[in-house]
Design a protein around this ligand. Structure first.
Ligand code: HPA
Ligand code: ZN
Length: 319
């Protein structure tokens, strides 16, 4: 049986499987640069974060309608349910879809419909988090967030993702100030490829409630002490780290040392259609390498719920 967990670091567009890329391209008569699934799959070799992002952004262009967003979200939730996920905080990239002319209302409505159905069908609870691109100007993110707030778009929080190196969190202070003032939850990717300093910035300048990835914190002892003292959640994605070469092999993965240090870490799947699997595959790979004890597994599962934005009563019921 799969461990019951909360999935807190999952990009909706990263659940777009090759089969769905082909079927949506056919549905919308979109010409792809690949003639077969095998040719597409052959592209899934990454040398770093950017090499993945290039393919990830190209593939998501097949998502065109509210129905497409419903379909991809439902497919993910069905797979997540089968792998033990009881609560999900789903990321999506609004700029990617607005840029090619979609109405953000259709994007969010398609996702929300599927989240509601999964709640009814499988009891999976949810939050929805809009991630802004750090490779695009902060002024663009600020303008879009202002619009989303003015038009009352139905989101629970914001995040920060995309190319990390050269795009420090400090560029996005105004965006995060506005989000917090508007009652939105705030998270940010930091310390995936970027240095420990980006994690300090995410904490001190963006005042995040969770750090996505955060594995580079181990380069800085003072930072580890602070993260432990504050029990700041770090959403770690083991298969992603291997496939994007942030870590060489699973045996080198810092998760056991992070647990040992008392950091509040939990396990997540990031972009499962690209990195070799969903929550269950991440745990299977960790178990094969580290053979975690029942106590360690329970800790990881407990951390995932405690790090979530589910309200406190519901949280206690799940633990
Ligand atoms: N890092 C940054 N941006 C992303 C990622 C990631 O792992 N996945 C999707 N967008
Ligand atoms: Zn991510």
């Amino acid at each position: 049986m799969n461990l019951p967990v909360a999935e807190l670091h999952i990009h909706l567009e990263g659940t777009l499987e090759p089969e769905m890329i082909m079927s949506l391209a056919a549905k919308h008569s979109i010409e792809l640069p690949y003639s077969s699934i095998d040719e597409l799959r052959a592209q899934y070799e990454f040398s770093n974060l950017q090499s993945f992002l290039d393919l990830f952004y190209a593939n998501m262009l097949v998502l065109r309608t509210r129905e497409d967003f419903h379909e991809i979200t439902m497919a993910y939730l069905q797979r997540a349910h089968a792998s033990g996920v009881r609560h999900v905080e789903l990321f999506f990239d609004p700029q990617a879809h607005v840029e090619r002319g979609m109405d953000l209302r259709d994007v969010i409505a398609g996702i929300r419909d599927a989240l509601g159905e999964a709640q009814d069908r499988w009891g999976i609870s949810h939050k929805l988090i809009a991630c802004f691109w750090r490779h695009a100007p902060a002024s663009e993110a600020l303008e879009l967030l202002r619009l989303m707030i003015a038009e009352k778009h139905d989101i629970d929080g914001i995040g920060l993702d995309s190319s990390e190196l050269g795009f420090p969190p400090e560029l996005f202070v105004e965006v995060f100030d506005l989000a917090r003032e508007s009652g939105l939850h705030v998270v940010a990717h930091a310390g995936e490829e970027g240095p420990a300093d980006y994690i300090w910035q995410a904490l001190d300048l963006l005042k995040v409630e969770r750090v996505d990835h955060g594995i580079r914190c181990l380069d800085d002892e003072k930072l580890v002490q602070r993260l432990v003292a504050e029990q700041m959640p770090l959403t770690v994605c083991p298969l992603s780290n291997i496939r994007l070469r942030a870590v060489v092999t699973m045996a080198d993965h810092p998760l056991p040392s992070m647990l040992e240090a008392g950091l509040k870490v939990s396990v997540h799947s990031d972009d499962p259609a690209y990195f070799g699997g969903y929550m269950d595959a991440n745990f299977a790979s960790l178990m094969e390498t580290f053979n975690f004890s029942t106590g360690q597994l329970a800790q990881l599962a407990r951390n995932s719920f405690e790090s979530s934005f589910i309200d406190e009563t519901a949280k206690r019921e799940r633990l």
